[in-house]
Each structure stands twice: as structure tokens, then as C-alpha cells.
Write a protein of this length. Structure first.
Length: 309
């Protein structure tokens, strides 16, 4: 045995994975800072969800003791015509509240991306609706929707168009509510898409101009494919926000006329705070959360695929 072998055998082995090594000491030091964050997350997010799941499998009404009924609340939802109608209203409202702001916001972003006088001032004016609180916006639009005193029917009369019932008719209530949503949140889509346009390279446009491409051809084959991931992000944000819309609808119609504008959130509110069915409302929350998760994953998948279009 050589001297080098003796020294190598005598050298102790130390690894950072031992419970007494320096790696474990550093891990313990960092853990002391992470524990308060874990505690806050558990108290604010994890516990409410676990308690909601617990309530959803009980027949729990205000002023009464809870009774375990398993999945009976979920089975009742599948047979509840009013809940199924609320789901249909929510999907209809969400589809309109996503498509219209996305189309108008993308068009506005393309317009405001161009150079013209007072562009900064007009941008600031355009995004002002987004800064207002939804309840204040709903109160203003409630007055505008009034069949006799509202300014909207007055403007229609100037154009020779007969007055509309707006939110006071079952056939027009959801499109009228979407009009409010579009007015307030189109600027958000515009800002997201505008950020994407600002990050685009200029070389493809210079080559396209040399080849004689028109403005529409450059938008169709260069701008739109490159900015599509940003549009998908705007669609995801708008879809989640429209799915859980409550304040504007509740202030303007409270789900009426009848149940024509009753979305899942309005239905949930009524079950919990008007009919005091806490367990049934908790089941609605769980189903609604699952719907949002599935919808979000689908949109994220579309965004991932859009990078390669």
C-alpha cells in the first residue's frame, strides 16, 4: 500500500445530505423563514377549501346542525334545472364577454401602436373605464339602460331606431350586460396586446415592405401570428374574470328579469345568503372551481400550441 493510498483512506467522507452537516444547517435556517409563509397559505387558502369540501358533503342550513349526506348535494345539482340554466347563462355571458373585448381590444392596440398626434393622451382616455369600480360602473349603466329616461334609447331615437328594453327583457339582458363588460375591460386587452406589439421585431416588416406586401397582408402573416400568444393571455384573463362576474350583474339585474341573467355566482349567492343552504352552496363552489380549472387548462394548452403557429 502506498502513502497516497493511506492518506486517501484516512480522509473522512462528508456529504451535505447528513442531518448534522452544513447543508442541513442551511436548510433549517431557510425553513424558519418559510414556515410563516406556509402557515399563512394554509390559513388563507388550504383551510377554507378543505372546509368548503367538508360543508359540501353535508346538509347544512343556517341555524341547524349539519348532517352528513355524502355526494347528495352534487347529485341534486345535476337534477336542478335552475342550476343548469345558470351554467348555460354563465357560458353564454363568458363567450360574449371574451370575444367582443378581445376583438375590439386587439383592433385598438393595432391602432394605438401607430404614430399619430396626441396618441399618448388618447391612450390615457381610452383606459379610463378600466380604472372605475364595477359597482359605480353598474350604477351609471343602470340609469343609461332605463327604457324611458335612459340616454341609450334617446341616442337610438336620433337615428330613427325604436327604443329597446335592454336589461328589462329576457332576450336582451345578457347582451346588454356584456355591453357594460366590453366597455370596461376592452382597455385591458388593448394594453396586453399593445405590450406584445411593442416587443415585435422590425426586420420582418421591412422585408415585407420590400416585397410589396399590403398592410393587411403584414397583419395577417406577420403581426397576428407573432402577437397571438399575448392575445391568448388576454383571453385567459378575460375568461376567468367573466366566469366569476358578479358585482355588475347583481347591481344591474340581480339575476332578472326572472332568472334570465342568473349566472352561477348569482345562483350561489342566493343559495347561501337568501335560502341559507350552506352545504348546497358549497357544492356549487366546488363544481364552479372545477369548471374554472378545466377552462383555464384548456386555454393554457391553446396558448402553448399557439407559440408554434
Amino acid at each position: 500500500m502506498t502513502v497516497a493510498d493511506t492518506g486517501r483512506r484516512a480522509r473522512p467522507r462528508t456529504t451535505g445530505s447528513t442531518t448534522t452537516g452544513p447543508g442541513y444547517a442551511r436548510y433549517g435556517k431557510y425553513l424558519r423563514f418559510a414556515i410563516p409563509a406556509f402557515a399563512v397559505i394554509a390559513a388563507v387558502i388550504v383551510f377554507p377549501w378543505l372546509f368548503t369540501l367538508y360543508m359540501s358533503v353535508h346538509d347544512w342550513r343556517v341555524g341547524q346542525s349539519e348532517t352528513f349526506i355524502g355526494l347528495e348535494n352534487y347529485a341534486s345539482l345535476l337534477n336542478d334545472a335552475r342550476f343548469l340554466e345558470a351554467v348555460a347563462h354563465t357560458l353564454y355571458y363568458t363567450a360574449l364577454a371574451v370575444v367582443l373585448p378581445t376583438v375590439l381590444g386587439t383592433f385598438s392596440a393595432v391602432v394605438f401602436h401607430q404614430e399619430f398626434p396626441f396618441r399618448g393622451l388618447l391612450r390615457g382616455i381610452f383606459i379610463m373605464p378600466m380604472m372605475a369600480t364595477p359597482v359605480a360602473v353598474a350604477l351609471v349603466w343602470t340609469m343609461m339602460f332605463h327604457p324611458q329616461l335612459g340616454v341609450l334609447n334617446y341616442l337610438l331615437s336620433l337615428a330613427g331606431i325604436p327604443p329597446q328594453a335592454w336589461v328589462y327583457a329576457p332576450d336582451t339582458v345578457i347582451p346588454s350586460l356584456v355591453l357594460v363588460e366590453t366597455w370596461q375591460w376592452t382597455p385591458l386587452v388593448m394594453l396586453i396586446v399593445l405590450g406584445g406589439l411593442a416587443s415585435l421585431p422590425t426586420e420582418p416588416y421591412e422585408s415585407a415592405k420590400i416585397d410589396g406586401a399590403s398592410q393587411w397582408q403584414m397583419f395577417r402573416h406577420i403581426t397576428f401570428p407573432l402577437v397571438l400568444p399575448f392575445i391568448i393571455v388576454a383571453v385567459i384573463i378575460r375568461a376567468i374574470d367573466a366566469l366569476k362576474a358578479f358585482d355588475t350583474i347583481f347591481v344591474i339585474t340581480q339575476g332578472g328579469p326572472g332568472t334570465a341573467s342568473e349566472t352561477i355566482n348569482i345562483f350561489l349567492y342566493l343559495q347561501a345568503f337568501a335560502f341559507y343552504k350552506i352545504g348546497y352552496a358549497s357544492a356549487v363552489v366546488v363544481v364552479f372551481f372545477a369548471l374554472i380549472v378545466v377552462y383555464s387548462l384548456l386555454l393554457l394548452y391553446v396558448r402553448q400550441r399557439s407559440k408554434w403557429l
